[in-house]
Design a protein around this ligand. Structure first.
Ligand SMILES: Nc1ncnc2c1ncn2[C@@H]1O[C@H](COP(=O)(O)OP(=O)(O)O)[C@@H](O)[C@H]1O
Ligand SMILES: [Mg+2]
Length: 500
């Protein structure tokens, strides 16, 4: 009898068939074959322990369990349940037909089913290939319930499923449907940030058109609090994005108590973090920070301190929204479509250009520091702004600032305009407009064309800079709900492009 389960490589699932047989030979020998990882050999002890502790029979002869296909590397404790069922199928007759069912779960020694990572991609795969029933740990139920059109059986203990299989005691399908609270709480709101009107406007522009942004300013000027508040001006995730993001967190083992990810992520890895923790990977590949930031914000504070390797590795995800990871047993990819916010001091001491404190850096130090942000990252940052320290008048001002919930309304409209504009294309945001279509989407009238041409010549701007300015102007026009870019949009785009 074949028991079906599923394995994961990245987010991609594959059917795993588990079969077992009893042989002669040594009493108590229990072996698992079929390219299992070390973590699976421990399953033997858990399965044997759980079966014995529940008072069920364990074969007295040698047991061989085979996991197929043999060329798919299996990893983790989620095969405990199907292995246990397969072993028991040699001794007991099952009353139930389980041909179109998946079994997944880790066993504890008393037979309880423990939470496993990566359930959501497996359930959604099972539904896609027409599996009718899936038996999984109770604690994975909420996450699994995001998938419709499949019977989900949340199981607390191995004995429940054995009673069902052997004695026909019915299991409750989707017992109490979990009450899913759509918790979206962002601790930082634009209304609590004093002053910084330009920076907030730049961040609104960035989110509206999915432009990456770099903030430069002295310590304590508010760069971090500004970055943290950006998720609060992003439109809510749609249901497809919720599933996409929850899959990533599920595989990473980072769902925690939330169980479903409804809020836009904000991730801020430290510059000393390892490349694999940021990009993804490891001996058993897991998503890195850039994938945990999918559909949200990746904040790289002190951007020049990040290693060249890490910054180089960001090139592909910034371009394609995915990261490919190659391993001996195959290559896999994780989504990584994030908005990048970089922050840096203007110079090593931090006070270059500050109104009150004097910078003590040499010209050489300054040049070297600025040069660290070059190449792949610089090309993909559309907006640069200076975040100056607020003076005491600005800090103590009682002027009410606009709330994030009000800003997000403009952004939603601007993004709707982009969606309609790019309906027949493979892109969603103005920042993704390519060189072929830029003249069509970022059309300027003759006078404005001439105006921009003069400025480009005067400031000796690169072609890349010219395109970035046009795209920013497009988003600024969208924020005004206008299809036509005007002179004011151009001026503003020039300002936010260069941070001058
Ligand atoms: N404009 C502001 N409004 C409210 N709080 C601010 C503002 N600027 C800075 N702060 C507060 O001052 C502290 C330092 O700000 P932070 O964002 O960490 O600065 P930076 O990242 O530029 O060093 C934080 O506790 C932050 O909450
Ligand atoms: Mg900071």
């Amino acid at each position: 009898m074949k028991i079906l389960s599923a394995g994961l490589l990245g987010l991609k699932a594959e059917v795993i068939e588990i079969e077992s047989c009893l042989g002669g030979g040594e009493l108590g020998l229990f072996s698992i074959v079929g390219l299992p990882d070390k973590s699976i050999s421990e399953a033997k002890e858990r399965v044997r322990g759980a079966i014995s502790n529940l008072g069920l029979k364990f074969p007295k002869r040698k047991v061989v369990v085979n996991l197929a296909p043999a060329d798919f590397k299996k990893y983790g404790p989620s095969y405990d349940l199907p292995i246990a069922i397969s072993v028991l199928s040699n001794l007991y007759t099952f009353k139930k037909n389980i041909q179109d069912s998946f079994f997944i779960g880790e066993l504890s020694l008393n037979g309880d089913l423990r939470h496993v990572n990566g359930i959501l991609p497996i359930v959604s795969f099972a539904q896609e290939i027409g599996i009718k029933n899936i038996y999984l740990p109770f604690s994975n139920f909420v996450e699994a319930s995001l998938v419709n059109n499949i019977n989900i059986f949340p199981i607390k203990n191995l004995k429940d499923i054995i009673n069902f299989l052997i004695k026909g005691v019915e299991l409750k399908k989707t017992q109490i449907f979990p009450e899913i609270k759509k918790e979206i709480y962002y601790p930082f709101d634009f209304k609590n940030i004093r002053g910084h009107f330009q920076a907030k406007r730049a961040l609104e522009l960035a989110v509206a058109g999915a432009h990456n942004i770099l903030m430069s300013g002295p310590p304590g000027s508010g760069k971090t609090i500004l970055a943290k508040s950006v998720v609060s001006i992003m439109p809510p995730l749609d249901s497809r994005e919720v599933v996409e993001l929850t899959k990533i967190y599920s595989v990473a083992g980072k769902l925690g108590d939330k169980k479903i990810i409804y809020a836009r992520p904000f991730r801020s890895p430290h510059h000393t973090a390892s490349p694999s923790s940021i990009v993804g990977g490891g001996s058993w590949p897991r998503p890195g920070e850039i994938s945990l930031a999918h559909r949200g914000i990746l904040f790289l504070d002190e951007l020049p301190e990040f290693s060249r390797v890490i910054l180089e590795n960001l090139r592909q995800p910034l371009e394609d929204g995915v990261i490919n990871i190659c391993r001996v047993f195959g290559s896999l990819s994780f989504p990584a479509k994030f908005m990048l916010i970089g922050a840096m001091n203007p110079c090593p001491c931090g006070y270059f250009g500050d109104k009150t404190k004097t910078c003590v850096c040499s010209k050489n130090q300054l040049d070297n520091y600025q040069k660290k942000i070059s190449g792949p990252i610089k090309d993909r940052i559309d907006i640069k702004i200076n975040v100056a320290r607020l003076n005491i008048n600005e800090l103590s001002s009682f002027q009410e600032a606009e709330s994030s919930s009000s800003v997000v309304k403009r952004i939603i409209i601007a993004q709707k305009m982009q969606k309609a504009r790019f309906a027949n294309l493979d892109i969603f945001f103005n920042s993704e407009i390519n060189h072929e279509t830029i003249n069509k989407f970022c059309f300027l009238d003759v006078k404005d064309q001439f105006f921009l041409k003069k400025i480009v010549e005067k400031l000796d701007l690169s072609t890349r800079a010219y395109f970035k300015i046009l795209k920013l102007a497009r988003t600024l026009a969208d924020l005004r709900q206008s299809e036509k870019i005007n002179r004011q949009d151009l001026n503003e785009a020039l300002f936010y492009h260069s941070g001058l």
